[in-house]
Design a protein around this ligand. Structure first.
Ligand SMILES: *Cc1c(COP(=O)(O)O)cnc(C)c1O
Length: 422
């Protein structure tokens, strides 16, 4: 459930009509619902209430500091994959001991920064990385809690670009090699093993791959403990999928996911960490856009909107589906017409939907792309020199701009011309 509903004939974000935001901020713009973000975080928190746990929001899904502060104030930890995300989480007031650092290519500079400023744990993904971290931690005279991300060789049955748990993916170390890797860590100064990490992919709509991976992690916990390692934390990653199309069967809910976790690893007495991103932010945000033209083509009609692939790349990048709805509620039973819904960018890939049935729409009508809160604004760019899309957060009957749209002058003034061209 989300908080984007029609009321008095117009789509609202909580108690704010989207027409009001479009008037005040312009389009295109991302709009998030605070109530939805908090609800999703709380669902995960409740799903793990059977034992000690920390829900670490995956910052990369939607990384605005206001969103991080909202979740952090509610008690969330954060999963970060870069120094930039770490700094955002800290700017949002999240303490270092609630931040886990993931990622396949952490640099020495990033390691140094998070060790100096406080980190709950670092999830290691390779042997060169653990040797480098040992060196940095020793230089700084600290001991850093670590897990190793194991690759369980499980097919997540999701889009190939976001599957991460098969042996041919770049992530983690093969689970078959875990014993020797943990044995080496035990000899490295500055590192303290606290647990095991796994993350098999994103937008999973079936719990069985999670179950298979977590079962392997449970087995490995026993093996590593027998080898003398202290395994007290299990970081089980993110990846639970969301319903992008209302017409589709809904994917499993956090409570069912929490039950699978309890069934597979609940007996081990470990603190559980999970790293959900998409499920917290995805349906908590929409992309609000206006139509520029309705263009009648040969055998095909186009709806040209003022959002483009630089603002929301998921359809172009993953062939992703977003429900697209008019902000003015269509009359019941109104006749629909099929449109290709496209942005203004000079690429055929700048297509959001093909042959999508829409109620009557004309130029300058407001349209909302649902389920755009995760991997939307966070992946936006200024391609085609379209200023970075702004973000708005709604809470009840109030809204605030949490990232303003840069002016053209601001955008251009970031470039500089070398002296020899002056
Ligand atoms: C991307 C990612 C997540 C979040 O995945 P979602 O599908 O958004 O829940 C969590 N952990 C790691 C290590 C990731 O790379």
């Amino acid at each position: 459930m989300d908080h984007f509903l029609y009321r008095d004939g117009a789509l609202h974000a909580e108690d704010v009509p989207l027409t009001e935001i479009a008037r005040g901020v312009g389009t295109p713009v991302y709009v998030y619902s605070a109530a939805t973000l908090l609800r999703h975080y709380n669902l995960f928190d409740e799903a793990l209430a059977w034992g000690p746990h920390l829900v670490c929001y995956a910052v990369k899904a939607a990384s605005n500091v206001a969103i991080l502060k909202l979740l952090g104030d509610a008690g969330a930890g954060m999963d970060v994959v870069s120094e930039g995300e770490y700094r955002r989480a800290r700017a949002a007031g999240v303490p270092g001991d609630r931040i886990v650092f993931s990622g396949v290519g952490k640099t020495e500079g990033e390691m140094r920064y998070v060790l100096q400023n406080g980190i709950r744990q670092i999830n290691l993904e390779s042997e060169p990385e653990m040797r480098l971290l040992s060196k940095v931690a020793t230089e700084l005279g600290v001991e850093v809690p670590v897990t190793v991300r194991v690759n369980p060789d499980v097919d997540a049955k999701t889009h190939e670009k976001i599957a991460t748990g098969k042996s041919d993916n770049k992530f983690g170390i093969p689970i078959s090699r875990a014993r020797e890797v943990y044995a080496e860590i035990a000899t490295l100064p500055g590192l303290r093993v606290v647990g095991i990490d796994v993350h098999i992919g994103s937008q999973l709509t079936d719990l069985e791959p999670f179950r298979a991976a977590y079962r392997k992690v449970a087995d490995l916990t026993g093996v590593l403990r027998a080898d003398g390692h202290e395994i007290t934390r299990l970081d089980l990653g993110g990846g639970l999928g969301i319903p992008y199309a209302r017409s589709n069967l809904a994917p499993p809910v956090p409570m069912e996911y929490g039950t699978v976790i309890q069934e597979e690893v609940g007996h081990l007495g470990c603190e559980i960490e999970i790293e959900p991103g998409r499920l917290i932010a995805g349906n908590a945000g929409i992309l609000l856009t206006s139509t520029i033209f309705v263009k009648e083509g040969e055998g095909r009609d186009f709806l040209i909107v003022d959002a483009a692939m630089n603002d929301l790349i998921r359809p172009a990048m993953y062939g992703a589906h977003h429900d697209i709805v008019p902000v003015v509620e269509p009359a019941p039973g109104v006749e629909t017409r099929a449109f290709d819904i496209v942005g203004p960018i000079c690429e055929t890939g700048d297509t959001f939907a093909k042959g999508r049935d829409m109620p009557p729409v004309g130029p300058h009508d407001l349209i909302a792309f649902r389920s755009a809160g995760a991997y939307g604004a966070a992946m936006s760019s200024e391609y085609n020199s379209r200023p970075l899309i702004p973000e708005v957060l709604v809470q009840g009957d109030q809204y605030a701009v949490i990232r303003p749209r840069p002016t053209y002058e601001e955008m251009i003034s970031r470039d500089s011309v070398p002296h020899w061209l002056e």
